[in-house]
Design a protein around this ligand. Structure first.
Ligand code: MD6
Ligand code: FE
Length: 210
């Protein structure tokens, strides 16, 4: 398989249930440059705590860049074209787009870059990413900061699952037959990375929405 540049797609360092893991894809300078770009995103579109459909705030704080941002309240989960402030989302940083172009294996450009911020106690329950219109497009995720324990299951919530620690600079691609697998973050390991000034983890997910 080759991408539009004619170069072969980089091989993942591991594959879990069809999810492609590129461990250590971003070196430390690239991680620092990406974090600097994300600070500008957060300045323009401050982090907020989305409400679950159950009416409780999520433990993860979020914001987005791109044409669409992910939003949740008692009416459910959806993509919206504005931050809760009423302002449009800032553009997706070039540093993030470059990762998509290198590893996404996608024919389209991402329309949303969702930024999840995990404090020491935050977690993310098992879920599928299925609010997008085109499941032929992958979802790509980037981990920054403290290690996160990623759980990957099957196409049903209850079945067996595997776990892997995601470390700062790792990139995951969920595409093809793995696009709709259940997954989540059981916990983070505070203090395992020196990238961020305080304990915590940032996860970016890039997606095509329409
Ligand atoms: C996280 N990741 O790593 C949560 N979704 O904090 C996700 O929910 C995710 O890693 C879709 C594709 C890849 C992911
Ligand atoms: Fe997800």
């Amino acid at each position: 398989m080759s991408n539009p540049t004619g170069n072969p797609w980089p091989e993942p360092t591991a594959t879990l249930r069809g999810v492609r893991l590129h461990a250590g894809w971003l070196d430390r300078p690239a991680q620092e440059a990406l974090v600097a770009d994300l600070r500008a995103v957060i300045a323009a579109a401050p982090l907020f705590s989305p409400m679950t459909a159950w009416g409780r705030p999520m433990s993860v704080r979020m914001t987005s860049a791109g044409r669409f941002g992910w939003y949740s309240d008692r009416r459910g989960y959806r993509y919206v074209d504005r931050h809760p402030s009423g302002l449009p989302w800032p553009p997706i940083p070039e540093s993030a787009l470059a990762i998509w172009r290198a590893l996404g294996g996608a024919t389209r450009e991402p329309e949303c870059c969702l930024l999840n911020w995990y404090g020491p106690e935050a977690r993310m329950g098992l879920h599928q990413d299925r609010d997008e219109a085109d499941f032929a497009q992958p979802v790509l995720s980037v981990s920054l900061g403290d290690d996160g324990l990623f759980r990957i299951g099957g196409h049903n919530r209850g079945g067996p699952s595997d776990r892997v620690w995601l470390r700062s600079g790792d990139v995951l691609v969920m595409g093809g037959g793995a696009r709709l697998l259940f997954h989540g973050i059981d916990r983070i390991a505070p203090g395992t990375s020196t990238l961020l000034p305080a304990p915590g983890r940032i996860n970016l997910t890039l997606r095509v929405v329409t």
